[in-house]
Design a protein around this ligand. Structure first.
Ligand SMILES: [Zn+2]
Length: 311
């Protein structure tokens, strides 16, 4: 066990469970209720602009239960390829990568096949998915449990940490990012892909609620479903990184792949139409943020120059 102050951090985590809602999950400022979706409410922090939901505190059921959610992970191959092009040089050897919320291991499998020199670690809460990840990627070390428990026993310093569609599920994104920062090697990179609250679809959800005087809730509920606890804007992410002393290397916007949608035919048809609208008028449903532990003006292998260009 390494002495990095994480034990104290862990106590802080357990002592300050917010589960979203009335306290902002990023800055702890009291947040104002903006939308009442019956089973749960959406709040917006006036201080940092982060949105949050109290669905977990109300134990609200999600209406989004796609049967093929993890089977469609291959739709993200292009994003994964781009990530390694930017952040892993060919001569990087024995780099340690941690995938938080690794699910059934689709991303880790991709890395094992394309970058076999990378040492792979995954954290997954669900025991069934963790077992599937172990079976799918035998070379990866899969930890089944909470990040804070992994952190107090791990002495590994990671060069790369990834959170694909995970950040919005965390009850305490700020505290988790602080823990990940401690697990990160100097000049290492954390990549967060999450939903962009100011993109077109969540905006339509909120607008339909406001314009109908709160009568039409479905679009807001579908775009802020109960399994998501926090919804991020560019501004609140920039502020969070500044406060945690993380340097933003790049911030990109991306669209949802049609293969990632699920449901009845008419739901997919509506989703396809809205996604086309998003492509024409929106920023992109996803925001992809790459941050570094400290500014590194020069590094061997030229990665920093490329990051500066992309940033
Ligand atoms: Zn806030």
């Amino acid at each position: 066990m390494h002495d990095d102050g994480l034990t104290g951090n862990r106590q802080k985590l357990w002592g300050s469970v917010t589960l979203g809602g009335s306290n902002c999950p990023l800055c702890a400022t009291p947040a104002r209720q903006k939308l009442d979706l019956s089973e749960y409410q959406l709040f917006r922090c006036n201080h940092c602009g982060c949105w949050s939901s109290n669905a977990a505190a109300h134990r609200s059921r999600t209406t989004f239960e796609p049967v093929n959610y993890f089977q469609n992970d291959a739709a993200d191959n292009q994003r994964w390829r781009e990530f390694f092009r930017q952040y892993l040089a060919d001569d990087d050897e024995r780099v340690a990568l941690l995938d938080l919320g690794c699910g059934t291991g689709a991303f880790l499998k991709y890395v094992a096949e394309h970058h076999p020199q990378v040492r792979l670690y995954g954290i997954e809460l669900d025991p069934t998915r963790a077992s599937m990840a172990r079976a799918q990627v035998p070379s990866a070390h899969i930890y089944c449990g909470l990040l804070e428990d992994f952190a107090v026993t791990s002495s590994i310093e990671f060069e790369l940490i990834t959170l694909w569609d995970v950040f919005e599920h965390l009850p305490q994104p700020r505290e988790y990012l602080e823990i990940l920062r401690k697990l990160l090697k100097a000049n290492g990179t954390i990549l967060i892909q999450t939903i962009y609250e100011h993109s077109l679809l969540p905006s339509i959800g909120r607008l339909s609620y406001y314009l109908s005087g709160g009568l039409i809730k479905w679009p807001a509920r579908r775009t802020h479903d109960a399994h998501h606890l926090a919804f991020f804007t560019k501004h609140c992410l920039e502020r969070l990184c500044r406060e945690l002393d993380l340097t933003i290397c790049s911030m990109n916007f991306d669209h949802l792949a049609f293969a990632r949608t699920d449901g009845a035919w008419w739901v997919r048809a509506v989703a396809a139409g809205l996604m086309n609208l998003e492509r024409c008028f929106g920023h992109g449903l996803f925001i992809t943020l790459a941050v570094e532990k400290s500014a590194a003006p020069s590094a061997p292998n030229g990665k920093s120059e490329e990051r500066a260009r992309l940033g």
